[in-house]
Ligand binder design. Structure first.
Ligand code: PCD
Ligand SMILES: [Cu+]
Length: 799
């Protein structure tokens, strides 16, 4: 190559392409307090709505007297379930094909359920209005444990559903029962474990909220709301409110953390919309913290009993388990797979397991709807936790070191593509390499020696490993849909005459940094500096149709669409370049940001020159302009792999445990922005640590939610959060246009087991097999004192 071409070659990292740890452009407004969240939206004549919630978990509503509330000056509307019923809106369909009460009419079914709402001139008056409503409840026995809910004499919670005579929400199974039974017959060792993954809450800093504005003149509805999936909301509103889509505009402004909490459709949104329609004025509803913690977006709450069939050399012959999920009062999981229990059967996907069988049941209970995929691609967090806790227990039972036990069973690099016993196709990874890197980083052998030394002096050290592959990027159109709409995603790119651009996608960032990383993909594909690309998401009037951001699907799906649309733009730019250079298209080569003549590399035109030509100098017959869109239907999920290793010291006197070190090895394929990826992993590990260590939210036997405040449900701060040592392996995804895999959830999914396994390892001489999360000091202390497992399951009432 001539010197001339070398000097024009763009440096991808310098222009903010893939691999650049580009500073997040959104932070310029976030850290200056200039973000625009739903609560920052003020419309002329706007009124304020508050929700009256049920103080009890299960009761028949005998009467609701709203007269006192109407008398308060400034109250504009008091809405009850009966009034909503007149509009056919007392109930709404859920994304899991159940129904959910918008405002209770017959019964309340969980503490915190929406009973009425008041719209007033300001939120304080609205709150006073709620307090003036008198509701007469006839108490019914509450059930907060799914196994009790399944018992014969349990009160039927969903008596509103025709033909429902028990509390069974669904039952489901997958795998090969007979082959699995045979594997267990042939086993040398069978290792068993039972545990409860407790209810947990995503608890984003910003609560849910909406500003609904119905214009009585044009009959158009605009809703600003905290949603991770604006287009799905538009489709749902169109269905429920019977309004045509083109008259509905959903705008999701800046979001202060989503974490799955902002995927479902909550009654508060529907009420705000209905109130605005009734009043013809904008209505704002901003949930308070206890409202958020008590009623929206609960996750997990799942009971596992399972076993591994093992050969004496440690090879796994088969796996089987049963899972009971506590769905709460309404089955409103927002999950797009055709499987009732999400992707729980991705369990054991990273191990070479010949056969398996899973059964599962979901139960209605008197709790807020559960099953939100909190940093979780639909029950994979629970699945991976159980998998890795069972792996740890099985290593002990089969008498192998836990690292060696994993090594013997991990799927080998030469086995891909690999079909799991439950039907998934994992397609890439270097599992052994990740494990080895993790062991080396933590100084595994040395730690085992130190541990033994320390034990002689009465100290309890422990080490926990968690390895897993997670299915990310829902999903291909064969298997995934929401309300019948397939799970593709989209991007639209407009390159302006000066070569600057605007990119819009169907995803919706909530803090992940899409405004930064999507521009990097455009820079990588077109050589337009990332700083010249404005990224916009979240407005259904302007964004192309897409399914939103959750399940770490944005990079696998929308990110792929960004690459594809950029390539379409490049294809047109190539024609323009041929025209400008007066050669035929076949004689043109591409290098980042520039087309040149193959035989004369110094003769070239930049992508910016092509953009100008698209508007001012196009060849005869070519349509002007340089813009396009792409819809991307992923052929498969992406399968990142992770290995997390934690060391702890447990104080035997108090049960308090301190984290010594955390090593993380993540393989999420090609990293678009390495700094953001590291931030995602650290964030996930922080949540994993919090779930395992301190986050306690449960229910008493009467169904009162215990811990629905930040004194009990602790958010980890920088003070108590341990440091994380991050390492990386890169196995590109074979089907993603950039080789990238999702990563946002990985550490929250795989992390918790590493922490718990470490504590359990420190107690290995006590005979205790399990302590349920959160592994609070008193539970550890109890386990040491009694030598018994400690359950965290909510109580079963015996009256
Ligand atoms: N390879 C790679 C991958 C990735 N990346 C990056 O990173 C991030 C992430 O991504 P992803 O993985 O794809 O994911 P998305 O889809 O975007 O997101 C989602 C996730 O994300 C996470 N993270 C976060 N962050 C923040 N800040 N915030 C929030 O909220 C959140 N959330 C969480 C969750 S929960 Mo779910 O919803 O539950 O299902 S799911 C989830 C972005 O930015 C991207 O671009 C890169 O760079 N590279
Ligand atoms: Cu989950």
């Amino acid at each position: 190559m001539s010197e001339a071409t070398n000097s024009t070659q763009l440096d991808e990292v310098r222009i903010g392409g893939i691999g650049a740890s580009r500073k997040r452009v959104e932070d310029a407004r976030f850290i200056r307090g200039r973000g625009s969240y739903v609560d920052d939206i003020t419309l002329p004549g706007m009124l304020h709505m508050e929700i009256l919630r049920s103080p009890v978990a299960h009761a028949r509503i005998k009467s609701i007297d709203t007269s006192k509330a109407w008398e308060i000056p400034g109250v504009r509307l008091v809405l009850t379930g009966e009034m909503a019923a007149q509009r056919n809106l007392a109930w709404m369909p859920t994304l899991s094909y159940d129904t959910q009460a918008v405002l209770a009419t017959d019964k309340v079914r969980f503490q915190g359920q929406e009973v009425a709402c008041v719209v007033a001139d300001d939120p304080y008056i609205a709150k006073d209005g709620c307090e003036a409503i008198v509701v007469e409840y006839e108490p019914l026995p509450a059930v907060v444990n799914p196994r009790q809910a399944m018992a014969e004499d349990a009160p039927v919670i969903r008596d509103d559903k025709e033909g429902q005579t028990d509390n069974l929400c669904y039952s489901w199974e997958v795998g090969d029962k007979e082959a699995t039974d045979r594997a267990f017959e042939q086993a040398d060792v069978i290792s068993r474990l039972s545990l409860h993954y407790p209810r947990s809450h995503p608890s984003p800093i910003e609560n849910c909220g909406a500003v609904a504005s119905f214009d009585q003149a044009t009959e158009n509805l605009t809703v600003y709301m905290t949603t991770q999936a604006p287009h799905i909301i538009r489709a749902a509103v169109a269905l429920v409110a019977e309004l045509p889509e083109h008259m509905i505009r959903i705008i999701s402004p800046d979001i202060g953390g989503g974490f799955g909490n902002k995927v479902p459709v909550y009654p508060g949104y529907v009420c705000a919309i209905l109130c605005s329609i009734l009043l013809g004025k904008p209505v704002k509803w901003i949930e308070d913290k206890s409202g958020n913690l008590i009623s929206t977006g609960f996750a997990r709450d799942m009971y596992f009993d399972g076993e591994l069939a093992l050969r004496s050399d440690g090879r796994i012959l088969g796996v089987r388990f049963h899972a009971d999920t506590d769905q709460g009062a309404f089955f409103s999981d927002a999950q797009p797979s055709k499987f009732k229990i999400g992707l729980v059967h991705s369990a054991f996907a990273c191990y070479d397991v010949p056969t398996g069988h899973i059964t599962a049941r979901g139960a209605y209970t008197n709790k807020a709807p559960g099953g939100v995929a909190y940093r979780c691609s639909f029950r994979v967090t629970e699945a991976m936790f159980f998998q890795e806790r069972l792996m740890a227990a099985a290593a002990v039972d089969v008498g192998l070191d836990p690292a060696e036990f994993r090594r013997r069973n991990l799927v080998r690099d030469d086995q891909f593509p690999y079909r799991t016993p439950f039907g998934f196709l994992t397609d890439s990874g270097q599992y052994q390499k990740c494990l080895d890197l993790g062991l080396e980083a933590i100084g595994y052998d040395q730690f085992l020696e130190d541990k033994e030394e320390a034990a002689k002096r009465g100290r309890r050290l422990g080490i926990g490993i968690s390895t897993m592959t997670e299915p990310l990027g829902a999903g291909n159109s064969r298997e995934y849909d929401i309300l019948g709409i397939k799970m593709f995603d989209s991007a639209e790119l407009r390159v302006h005459p000066t070569g600057k651009a605007i990119l819009r996608t169907g995803a919706k960032t909530q803090g992940q940094g899409h405004e930064t990383t999507w521009a990097q993909i455009v820079a990588h594909e077109l050589g337009i500096p990332a700083a010249d690309v404005l990224v916009e998401e979240g407005d259904t009037d302007t964004a192309p149709f897409g399914m939103g951001t959750y399940a770490s699907r944005s990079t696998p799906v929308a990110g792929a669409a960004v690459a594809m649309v950029s390539r379409k733009i490049r294809a047109k730019a190539r024609k323009l370049a041929a025209h400008l250079l007066e050669v035929s298209e076949e004689d043109i080569e591409w290098e980042l940001g520039r087309f040149y003549v193959r035989s004369a590399p110094a003769r070239g035109v930049s992508i910016q020159e092509c953009a100008a030509a698209a508007y001012g100098n196009m060849p005869d017959g070519m349509e002007p302009g340089l813009e396009n869109n792409a819809y991307y239907d992923p052929p498969n999920l992406t399968w990142p792999f992770a290995c997390y290793i934690v060391t702890v010291e447990v104080d035997p006197e108090s049960g308090v445990w301190d984290v010594l070190r955390v090593v993380a090895v993540d393989d999420c394929g090609v990293r678009i922005n390495p700094m953001i990826v590291e931030g995602q992993i650290m964030g996930g590990l922080t949540e994993a640590y919090a779930m395992s260590n301190m986050q306690f939210i449960t229910f008493d036997a009467d169904g009162n939610c215990v811990g629905s405040n930040y004194m009990d449900y602790l958010l980890p701060t920088a003070w108590e959060t341990p440091g994380f040592e991050l390492h990386e392996v890169t196995t590109p995804c074979p089907h993603h246009p950039l080789g990238a895999k999702g990563v946002g959830e990985c550490a929250a999914v795989g992390g918790p087991a590493a922490f718990v396994n470490a504590v359990m390892d420190a107690l290995s001489d006590t005979g205790v097999r399990n302590i349920d999360m959160p592994v609070l000091p008193d539970r550890v202390w109890e386990a040491i004192a009694t030598g018994q497992d400690v359950s965290g399951a909510p109580p079963v009432r015996n009256d």
